[in-house]
Write a protein that binds this ligand. Structure first.
Ligand code: T46
Length: 134
């Protein structure tokens, strides 16, 4: 079955008085074995990051602080827009989606990824990406 980007809502344990904890766990709410975790921060809000697609990488991405707007496009030209504005809201991104991200000044993006870093998994040219359409 074709995978589509979608929001994963993590549990939120706690109360407003005590604060909260959310948990990501393979086989519970992460649909792959996590091989790598990375995070990005201090991105000025006029900067657009991303502008690439992945060949095989599967990801669950959270905004653990601040707000991140995602635009995802597949080779068929379908566009999916998501706003990560709660620390218990994750975005599952399958392979084959061109992504653009915009950040609030305080945003911290945390990514759980299915593969080790490999620049060969990146498609960084939009025309090359669109040429994948059969
Ligand atoms: C993604 C979005 C959400 C490494 O050396 N190792 C790593 O594991 C990563 C992720 C990046 N890098 C290097 C590669 C570049 O020289 O860090 C530099 C910045 O990476 P990039 O321009 O790809 O950053 P973003 O924010 O556009 O994209 C990143 C991830 O690369 C990408 O997988 O989906 O965050």
């Amino acid at each position: 079955m074709k995978e589509e980007p979608h929001i994963i809502t993590f549990n939120k344990i706690g109360t407003p008085n005590l604060g909260y904890i959310s948990v990501a766990e393979v086989a519970d709410n992460i649909p792959f074995d996590i091989k790598r975790v990375y995070w990005t921060y201090f991105t000025p809000n006029h900067v657009e990051r991303g502008n690439h697609a992945h060949v095989a990488l599967r990801q669950v991405i959270l905004s653990v602080a601040g707000i991140i707007n995602f635009e995802l496009e597949n080779v068929e030209g379908e566009v999916f827009k998501f706003t990560l504005d709660e620390p218990n809201k994750g975005l599952f991104v399958p392979p084959g989606y061109w992504r653009k991200m915009r950040f609030s000044h305080n945003a911290v993006l945390l990514c759980m990824a299915s593969l080790a870093y490999d620049e060969k998994d990146y498609i960084r040219n939009y025309d090359d990406f669109k040429a994948l359409k059969k």
